[in-house]
Ligand binder design. Structure first.
Ligand code: SF4
Length: 114
């Protein structure tokens, strides 16, 4: 999941973790790191590496914007869609043009910071 520098700074303040312990650069974009054992986000409380395993976000109140808008994602044409990889996508409404604008603004900020 990509995140902005401000979101990373907030997570550092809340968790006490150094930024390099929960992020990496994916093609220059700051991105949440996955735990080696669970293969899920380092902030997901889960004991399983199963992609469908239950888990809870340990930083829910300060999670990045991309987490808040998921499973809405942009495709290669910058159209907003529900992520094909989300096992719960059928439970979400079809994204709107407003959802697209939120994600396009986020993408622009991430690219500017990258
Ligand atoms: S919602 Fe929480 S656990 Fe999920 S990717 Fe975002 S920060 Fe990680």
């Amino acid at each position: 999941m990509p995140l902005t520098k401000a979101e990373a700074a907030l997570l550092t303040r809340r968790t006490g973790m150094a930024i390099e312990n929960f992020t990496w650069r994916n093609n220059g974009i700051l991105t949440l790191l996955n735990d080696e054992k669970t293969r899920a986000c380092v902030f997901l409380l889960t004991a399983s590496s199963d992609a469908n395993a239950e888990g809870m976000c340990s930083v829910y109140e300060v999670r990045p914007q991309g987490c808040r808008t998921y499973p809405n994602v942009l495709n290669h044409h910058d159209e907003v869609i529900l992520d094909e990889g989300c096992p719960h996508k059928a439970q979400f409404p079809e994204p709107t043009e407003e959802d697209a604008i939120v994600l396009l603004n986020l993408e622009e900020q991430l690219l500017r910071e990258g």
